[in-house]
Write a protein that binds this ligand. Structure first.
Ligand code: SIN
Length: 501
């Protein structure tokens, strides 16, 4: 049985779409929490970018993706994903997702930053992620080939030390996990916002899959590109809520404490400039004490509760009425742009190990992900990975060798790591801070052992140190300009754990 069993780690859109399309192959989906509770997908407000509207085309969508990615998008990948995207959105709709349509049946599409036209398919305004997850959870529950194990956190991968993966270590006790053998393992774990002090992700998303995959021999690509969402709602709460970019698409503006609209001085597209530019502007406003607020009073006003129910509820939880007051905003770690390097079938450098969705890097996002391209990628790649991983037969391997049981990072150390990552590998970086961060991580490794979070943080930090330029989401105060030619960063485990001299 185990030789023909596909194990999928993660239960967001990427993991569940892969699981559904792997039939008739038997699949086990491992979810660290309850199925409908844990994944970042549930919090996605924007929707799915796809060329569904009149006058739009996959080629135009690919061109916008390439322009936003600032020199590092693999163009053939952007073309392939945007070409296959519309059919996947329609497939989701057929499964029961109630996308918004105009009274005449056309798709109701939102505008988000750096898209040249309205292109984001949405559900009840800002409920896309939650609605998609509800439908996928029900579909998986009804699928005979899928077994779901909830509260089953993975602690690492089983490998043979020779570049092959044969299963996962799973269980709530990191020191005493169960060995779960598989014909192939698909990582669909989401991102790493939980390595930062303020994030829009579930805080359990801490990039551990980067550490697992790298330890077995996978290559990590462009890990320095961590996307900060410019309009997370500023509060004491971590994780915090998002104020979707679609609000700015509807005309909401960014103002300072005095009501001054600051974006038009910074970029001709103002609030709809590429996300990294808006994030840095909001960061600077807050650093200099002038404050940053999203003002939707004029543009949306009384329509707010019906048009953006999730943001409205989040504001009300904080005692803010966005119909009458501006919303305080701050940049928050939102999306892992780079990740485990894979091809267009999700194959990593490790035989039997696949990755899909946010933890993977196929070269679609380059240095700066175009808004709402991530759910699209998860759908297109989920179907492809299901085929490729479903066909994989693992060789006979003594899979348990090579990997030590996971080390748990104490909560106080994790908090310290989050503060340091935010200070030194956040919206702005520079050599001195990155060096200090590496020293801190090494000190923690010496004290607590090689916890996955520390390995992931080191991968990000080493990649950020190596990129001595500013490009997309990676801004270096000491190297404020881009360098030519544009190149991706590739790190394996040993180069991530060493220092350059
Ligand atoms: C948003 O709704 O602003 C987020 C969309 C995304 O990150 O893709």
């Amino acid at each position: 049985m185990s030789k023909r069993r596909l194990v999928i780690v993660g239960s967001g859109i990427a993991g569940l779409w892969t699981a559904l399309h792997a039939a008739p192959r038997k699949v086990v989906v491992l979810s660290a929490s309850e199925l409908a509770d844990g994944p970042a997908t549930a919090w996605a407000q924007g929707g799915i970018a796809a060329a569904l509207g009149e006058g739009d085309s996959p080629e135009q969508h690919a061109l916008d993706t390439i322009a936003a990615g600032d020199g590092l998008v693999d163009e053939h990948v952007a073309r392939r994903i945007t070409q296959l995207g519309p059919a996947e959105v329609r497939a989701l709709e057929q499964l029961g997702v109630g996308f918004d349509h105009e009274p005449d049946g056309r798709w109701a599409l939102s505008l988000e930053a750096a898209h040249s036209r309205r292109r984001v398919a949405r559900v009840s305004g800002d409920r896309a992620g939650a609605a998609i997850l509800e439908v996928l959870t029900a579909a998986v529950a009804a699928a005979k080939h899928v077994e779901v194990r909830e509260h089953a956190p993975v602690q690492g991968l089983m490998g043979d030390g020779q570049g092959r993966c044969g299963g996962v270590w799973v269980g709530t006790e990191p020191e005493n996990p169960e060995a779960l053998a598989a014909s192939a393992v698909v990582l669909a774990t989401g991102g790493l916002g939980g390595l930062y002090a303020l994030t829009t992700n579930p805080t359990g998303n801490r990039g551990r899959a980067l550490a697992w995959a790298a330890r077995l021999g996978a290559v990590i690509r462009d890990a320095e590109f961590v996307q900060f969402h410019p309009t997370a709602i500023a509060s004491d709460r971590n994780p915090t809520w998002l104020a979707t970019e679609a609000l700015r698409g509807e005309g909401a503006v960014l103002i300072d404490d005095n009501g001054w609209r600051f974006m038009p001085d910074i970029h001709p597209d103002a609030e709809l400039a590429p996300r990294d530019i808006v994030a840095r502007a909001v960061f600077k406003q807050r650093q200099t004490g002038r404050g940053a607020w999203l003002d939707a009073r004029q543009a949306i006003g009384e329509r707010f509760p019906d048009s953006f129910p999730s943001v409205f509820q989040a504001c009300r939880n904080l005692g803010i009425d966005p119909r009458r007051e501006a919303i305080p905003v701050a940049p928050a770690a939102h999306y892992q742009i780079g990740g485990i390097d894979t091809d267009l079938d999700g194959k990593t450098a490790v035989s039997g190990l696949f990755a899909v969705g946010e933890c993977a890097c196929i070269g679609l996002h380059g240095a700066n992900r175009l808004a709402s391209n991530s759910l699209l990628e998860a759908l297109v790649m989920g179907r492809r990975v299901a085929m490729a991983a479903g066909e994989h037969e693992c060789d006979k391997l003594s899979a348990s060798g090579g990997i030590k049981p996971a080390v748990r990072l104490p909560d106080d150390a994790l908090d310290q790591l989050r503060r340091s990552m935010t200070a030194h590998a956040g919206v702005e970086r520079e050599a001195a801070g990155l060096d200090q961060l590496v020293d801190e991580i090494d000190w923690m490794i010496a004290r607590h052992g090689q916890a996955d979070e520390l390995v992931a943080a080191r991968i990000i930090t080493r990649s950020a140190s190596r990129r001595r330029e500013s490009r997309g989401a990676h801004f270096r105060r000491d190297y404020p300009d881009p360098a030519e030619p544009a190149r991706s960063t590739y790190l394996d485990f040993s180069s991530a754990m060493l220092n350059d001299h």
